[in-house]
Design a protein around this ligand. Structure first.
Ligand SMILES: N[C@@H](CCC(=O)N[C@@H](CS)C(=O)NCC(=O)O)C(=O)O
Length: 368
């Protein structure tokens, strides 16, 4: 046991970057260990039950997994400089951007890593799996452990049919964020929010650090690259402020609108499919039952492209966070939330179709 917290993670890992940036902003003492095969065998599998990072072990020897749960638990332990804005529009926008960054920006992140940075990614995976080994051993190890990741592309909807639309969408997003970060240090002022920590996952580990992606970001969105650097080396740890008067800068509306346009239709379809999945077998699919990571395939569109992708119930567990926030607002605050959503074309979220409530059990998604 260490004095502080232990993080099992890796530089190339999306959600490790989210948690690491948070720990640094909060000045929480931690030691980071690589997810080597030995770490999976002796720590991660026995504690979590499946091979995943990031994993945080507390000084009391408790295990935390899932970046969102890690951050939420640490927020209760380190309440100074909360990363959840207290006001309605900022809070809702931050929660939404976390969902979008965590679950939707996986699409461009995985596309660029495995279709545009393949050799670098193999070398990095080799270093994680066999640190200190010679280049040939690392290459073989990299090829082996990267298979499930590179192989996940079609399940995310990344295929030759969608590649051009993914790049167009991602470059559009970079342009929007660049305008925002030309003016503001973080999403809502000088303090990073849960939305910033969500975005840093894809935008650091994949899109800044992978060389071809990093070159693209630095050339077309230098202000985003600067924001990434500030997230990874916080200029005001445990400090900064959210903008006064619940301001959500105008420059964030196009980003929210992109989420509403691209991701929300997939979330609606996911909600219908999850309901159908439970209705098909209500005897077995009762409270407490584990929900598989994917429950079939559905069609989605991005720009002019149409493709199939897996249906991920996990996305709805994440979406419950902003939906619960909206549902628990008092009347006036609900109007403020609705106003923000209307500006972004996200009215659907005020009347989102009902779906079976989800929870986490044994570090997996289950019916609540
Ligand atoms: N939603 C989780 C996802 C964790 C995750 O997907 N981690 C990746 C590395 S960045 C991983 O280990 N994936 C293994 C797998 O999905 O089987 C989180 O926020 O922590």
């Amino acid at each position: 046991m260490t004095q502080g917290y232990t993080l099992y993670g890796a530089e190339p890992s999306y959600y490790s970057g989210k948690v690491r940036a948070y720990l640094r902003y909060k000045r929480i003492p931690f030691a980071e260990f690589l997810n080597t095969p030995d770490a999976y065998r002796s720590v991660i599998l026995p504690r979590v039950g499946w091979p995943v990072i990031p994993v945080v072990i507390t000084p009391e020897d408790e295990t935390l997994q899932d970046s969102t749960e890690i951050i939420d638990e640490l927020e209760t332990r380190f309440p100074e400089a909360p990363i959840y804005p207290a006001t309605v529009k900022q809070r809702l926008a931050a929660l939404l951007l976390e969902v979008y960054a965590d679950e939707w920006l996986k699409i461009p992140a995985m596309h660029y890593r495995w279709n545009r940075n393949y050799d670098f990614a193999i070398a990095e995976f080799g270093k994680m799996s066999a640190p200190g080994a010679d280049a040939e051993t690392q290459h073989a190890a990299g090829l082996k452990i990267s298979k499930p990741f590179a192989g996940a592309l079609p399940f995310l909807g990344v295929t030759p049919k969608t590649e051009a639309a993914i790049e167009q969408s991602y470059e559009g997003l970079l342009g929007e964020l660049d305008k925002h970060f030309a003016v503001y240090e973080f999403l809502f002022g000088t303090r990073p929010s849960i939305g910033d920590f969500g975005l840093i996952g894809p935008l650091y580990a994949h899109q800044y650090r992978d060389p071809a992606s990093g070159a693209l970001m630095k050339s077309i969105a230098p202000n985003v690259a600067r924001w990434v650097e500030g997230m990874m080396k916080p200029p005001h740890p445990k400090g900064g402020e959210f903008l006064p008067r619940d301001e959500v800068p105008e420059t964030l509306i196009p980003v929210l609108a992109r989420m509403m346009r691209e991701m929300v239709p997939v979330l609606v379809s996911t909600a219908h499919h999850l309901q159908k999945w439970v209705d098909e077998n209500p005897e077995d699919r009762r409270a407490g039952a584990e929900v598989p990571r994917a429950i079939g395939m559905h069609v989605f569109s991005l720009g002019d492209a149409k493709e199939n992708r897996a249906i991920f119930p996990f996305d709805l567990w994440m979406l419950q966070r902003p939906l619960d926030y909206i549902a628990n607002l008092e009347a006036d605050d609900r109007l403020r939330a609705a106003d923000l959503l209307r500006q972004a074309g996200g009215e659907t979220l005020m009347e989102f179709p009902s779906f079976p409530r989800l929870t986490r059990r044994n570090f997996k998604i289950a019916l609540a």
